[in-house]
Design a protein around this ligand. Structure first.
Ligand code: UD1
Ligand code: CA
Length: 437
């Protein structure tokens, strides 16, 4: 049986982000960078590359290397990972060494250590698996992922000799002009034989900038005549996020992946360029998303809905067959077949019953409907805009609301009138037990 431990290096200060938030917690399509990396790691075992490998390959919970001030990361990811602390940020080689005892404590002891960086969220599980399989197949000491970059680029350069054998990875800061013209670069995913790794790491030289580069291990392995293998992947999977410009570039690629996944699952997206959907959102088949829509958080949308244009939906649940246009929904629940909700602002914890309509067009202009937090809109309510439904107000089924509904009030009928409710009438009526339905 083959066994591998996974270490994610995430202890860098992320200075180039200029942020108080640890770099690996910056969100990308609504999910922290580190979560993308962990998702890819956790999906390795279900990849094609591993399924077609003839032997069993066993993994452990990933070990995340953090700086000591990044307790927030541990709070967020909890039991999902094991943690190691790098006390001082002395480079990627030093960071991996910080995971030494955590790796060696694993039972049974792993043969291979798979290393990736917490700031490369676009790396896919299939690619991680290919590096692992190549490492095993080639019986290499070191295997790493490369790609071809557009120059100039700040990725480490892959140096090969005339036979094409890898000699070293040279960081761009220390590369000669000739080396800087090499477009094969290091993507930051490695497999090492554990038996070799720790001694080699301890022998890493400290470079003039005071850091221990993990990438120098490749040169050490080459000098020792050890087998070095490489796998070539795509450039997008290598994107490392050092600053917010790279964050935006990665977000664009990731957003596209999210949209494509939804489209393959049966969702029509009219204009992917103006549609923003977070990774955690689920949308049923035959739903159509029109331009200018932003759907975020843990939102669930049923099938055969029509969303947008210009609609924002955050942390909400929509049934099947809902039609929403030019609206803002926050933590709202819409039942099936909400007939038409247009030009509306729907507050938090609002429940909108089936068949509800906002009658937003009066023949001359579009008018707005405002539904306050916690309101309950009964089935088949017609909200004749412009109209406001106050917080925690309720409308009875089938009511036609033509006047603003005060907060906490219950309105019913055609046209809707306020009924006394325990809340609206004050405490007195509730106390004598004479509440009415
Ligand atoms: C690194 C590689 C480079 C590669 C690129 C791919 C090195 C020396 N260079 O460069 O060859 O092309 O990634 O994206 O490895 N970290 C720590 N502790 C530290 C320093 C860094 O945990 O002391 C972590 C960071 O949090 C980050 C990762 O290691 O997640 C990579 O470090 P970073 O400084 O971003 O390296 P790059 O300059 O991008
Ligand atoms: Ca980086």
């Amino acid at each position: 049986m083959n066994t591998y431990a996974t270490v994610v290096l995430a202890a860098g200060k992320g200075t180039r982000m200029r942020s108080t938030l640890p770099k690996v917690l910056h969100p990308l399509v609504g999910v922290p960078l580190l979560a993308h990396v962990l998702n890819a790691i956790e999906a390795i075992s279900s990849t094609l590359a591993l399924a077609s490998f003839p032997e069993t390959i066993r993994s452990y919970r990933p070990i995340v290397v953090l700086e000591h001030e990044a307790a927030l990361v541990e709070t967020i990811f909890g039991e999902r990972c094991l943690y190691a602390i790098q006390e001082e940020q002395l480079g990627t080689g030093h960071a991996l060494l910080a995971a030494h005892s955590a790796v060696d404590k694993l039972e049974p002891q792993p043969q291979i250590v798979l290393v990736c960086y917490g700031d490369t969220p676009l790396v896919r599980s299939e690619m991680l698996a290919r590096v692992l399989v190549e490492h095993l197949t080639q019986q290499a000491t070191v295997t790493f992922l490369t790609t071809y970059a557009h120059l100039p680029s700040d990725y480490g350069r892959v140096i090969r000799n005339a036979d094409g054998r890898v000699q070293a990875i040279v960081e761009v800061k220390r590369a000669t002009e000739e080396q800087q013209r090499i477009d094969e670069v290091n993507s930051g995913v490695y497999c090492f034989n554990r038996g070799w790794l720790w001694t080699a790491l301890q022998s890493l030289p400290r470079n003039p900038s005071g850091e221990y580069y993990l990438t120098d291990l490749v040169g050490i392995a080459a000098a020792q005549g050890c087998a070095i293998a490489t796998v070539t992947g795509t450039l997008d999977e290598a994107i490392g996020i050092n600053d917010r410009v790279q964050l935006a570039a990665a977000a664009q690629l990731m957003r596209r992946r999210v949209l494509e996944q939804l489209m393959y699952a049966g969702v029509t997206i009219i204009d992917p360029d103006t549609t923003y959907i977070d990774a955690g959102v689920s949308i049923g088949p035959d739903t159509v998303i029109l331009p200018g829509s932003m759907i975020t958080g843990k939102t669930r949308i049923g099938s055969s809905c029509r969303i947008g244009p210009d609609t924002t939906i955050d942390h909400s649940t929509l049934g099947d067959g809902c039609i929403i246009r030019n609206s803002v929904l926050e933590e709202a629940t819409l039942e099936d077949d909400v007939s038409y909700l247009g030009d509306a602002t729907v507050g938090e914890h609002v429940n909108v019953g089936a068949g509800t309509i906002t009658c937003n067009y009066d023949g001359k202009r579009k008018n707005h409907t405002d539904i306050g937090d916690g309101a309950f809109i009964g089935s088949d309510t017609m909200l004749v805009a412009p109209v406001k439904v106050g917080a925690y107000a309720q409308t009875g089924a089938g009511s036609v609301v033509i006047k603003d509904v005060p907060s906490g009030a219950l309105v019913v009928g055609v046209p809707a009138r306020v009924l006394p409710t325990p809340q609206a009438a004050g405490d007195g009526s509730a106390k004598d037990g004479s509440e009415k339905e």
